[in-house]
Design a protein around this ligand. Structure first.
Ligand code: UDP
Length: 484
């Protein structure tokens, strides 16, 4: 008997590691667990080693097809030197439309379904052109999605800047959002990135459903709110599929010899991992405070060090893994720091194998910028966090992690607003690594680790949710074919 034809999904990833990684993982999961064929279309931001590594990892063994679209020409976008990361990303996604359309047309056969990430909502219309179902993959959490989907309503209701409001912003059925926690594009309503953000929110309902990188148990109440009539049918068109946590797997030889040997020598759960995602940077003054805070804590650490940049907190987003060389980087550390921490600390320049480090038994804490991929990687490895939000939706994530999910502690003031001093850093690190409060948080993360594992296995909520998406997809294909 002839085997039934596999569904072929075309996935479009926007530039940036925080987007490319979850899209690749979704592609791999669709192939490995749900019998899809997958082609991922990628737009390289800079031909960095880190990016190439992610792409290679999906090709050995070859699980899916990858098509690299040409880097879009941004001359027409007329971006000023101060254009934000969101504005630049949106411009790249806008300008790449002809190339993506041609690449889809050049495929041997039309794909059966189109899945775009959050920055790809402008491409949903291509699903209509090809007469195939189309979905939006939001590789973030349900509270962020609720705020995003409710933002066009807030845009009408709220007068003045969100950050100047005296009351938290209300979202139907969800925890209200404090003005200082709004996502970056909401910080200044006159900035171009705010219009981009509102446009994206308005385009999401054009899709046949939303895929979200969480699992049911993690955010049950917020998910219920998203499925309530206040959202459903109004700003959510079709189901919200919870398919996570989808994260990069640990690689067999992911840790370089020196790093592995060093980690192997440390006691269990004794090392604080310090890293700020693909884009995170800080001022020279903050870097010095962080260095001395780590030293004062007397705890072991691995620190992914980047060149300090004062003018933006996402300064390395498009230059990920490039940075400057090891010696130049070390010159930004305060005098005497390397000597004082020689036996307890390790500095990794610019980019580190994060998942492999977090999964090592010696790692016991993560001082993180709270990007959603980093957050999931920490939870899946049972590692409690110090939340150090910098840009994008990270302030929202930090509040969620510290106040609702209970897997993190955080500085009193936002690091994006005020320098966090060494004494406070020392206290935060010690709280996670040695205090009773830290032990309780660790126990909570471990609970979530096992709930995440359950969700991802066959019969678990996330596995079944993606299976349901496949079944719904088949039904839609059938309906489209039947339509006059
Ligand atoms: N990452 C990494 N090594 C680094 C920094 C980041 O492997 O030195 C990976 C990290 O594991 C995560 C992704 O890059 O999968 C960053 O995504 P996240 O959502 O945490 O933050 P973003 O970079 O988008 O702000």
């Amino acid at each position: 008997m002839e085997k039934p034809k596999k569904l072929h999904a075309a996935l479009l990833s926007s530039p940036g590691m925080g987007h490319l990684i979850p899209v690749m993982e979704l592609g791999k999961c669709l192939v490995a667990n749900h019998g899809f064929e997958v082609t991922v279309f990628v737009i390289p931001s800079q031909a960095s080693r880190a990016e190439a590594e992610i792409i290679d990892s999906a090709m050995t063994p070859k699980l899916l097809d990858i098509v690299e679209l040409p880097a879009p020409d941004l001359t027409a976008a007329d971006l000023g030197p101060n254009a934000s990361m969101v504005t630049r990303l949106a411009a790249m996604m806008h300008e790449v439309r002809p190339a993506f359309r041609s690449a889809l047309a050049a495929m041997e056969a039309t794909p059966d379904v189109l899945i775009v990430d959050l920055f790809g909502t402008e491409h949903l219309c291509m699903g209509d052109e090809l007469m195939i179902p189309k979905y939006v993959y939001v590789p973030s959490n349900a509270w962020f999605l609720a705020l995003l989907l409710h933002s066009p309503a807030l845009d009408k209701e709220v007068k003045g800047e969100y950050v100047d409001q005296t009351e938290p912003l209300k979202i139907p059925g969800c925890k209200p959002v404090r003005p200082e926690d709004v996502v970056d594009p909401m910080l200044d309503r006159s900035n171009q990135q705010y219009r981009v953000y509102i446009r994206q929110a308005g385009e999401i309902p054009m899709g046949d459903g939303i895929l979200l990188n969480v699992w049911e148990e993690l955010q049950a109440e917020t998910l219920a709110a998203l499925r309530n009539e206040e959202f459903l049918g109004r700003v959510v068109n079709g189901p919200v599929y919870t398919i996570g946590p989808l994260i990069r797997p640990v690689r067999p030889a992911g840790l370089a010899k020196e790093l592995l040997e060093w980690l192997d020598k440390q006691p269990n759960e004794s090392v604080m991992f310090v890293s700020f995602g693909s884009g995170g940077t800080m001022s020279a003054e903050q870097l010095v405070e962080l260095a001395w805070g780590l030293e004062l804590s007397q705890q072991r650490f691995i620190w992914v060090l980047r060149k300090p940049i004062a003018k933006s907190l996402d300064g390395s987003f498009f230059d990920v893994g490039k940075g400057c060389g090891g010696d130049e980087l070390l010159s930004f550390l305060p005098y005497g720091f390397m000597e004082c921490t020689r036996n307890v600390g390790l500095i990794v320049p610019s980019w580190a194998p994060q998942v492999d480090i977090l999964s090592h038994p010696s790692v016991g804490g993560f001082l993180s910028h709270c990007g959603w991929n980093s957050t999931l990687e920490s939870i899946v490895n049972g590692v409690p966090m110090i939340a150090w939000p910098l840009y994008a939706e990270q302030r929202l994530n930090a509040t969620l992690l510290a106040e609702e999910i209970g897997v993190a502690i955080r500085p009193k003031e936002l690091p994006s607003k005020k320098i966090v001093r060494r004494e406070e850093i020392e206290k935060l690190v010690r709280t996670i690594m040695v205090e009773k409060e830290g032990h309780m948080i660790r126990a909570r993360v471990k609970e979530l680790k096992s709930s995440a594992e359950k969700a991802m296995t066959k019969g678990g909520t996330s596995y079944e949710s993606l299976h349901k998406m496949k079944e719904d997809c088949k039904m839609r294909i059938h309906q489209i074919k039947k339509a006059p």
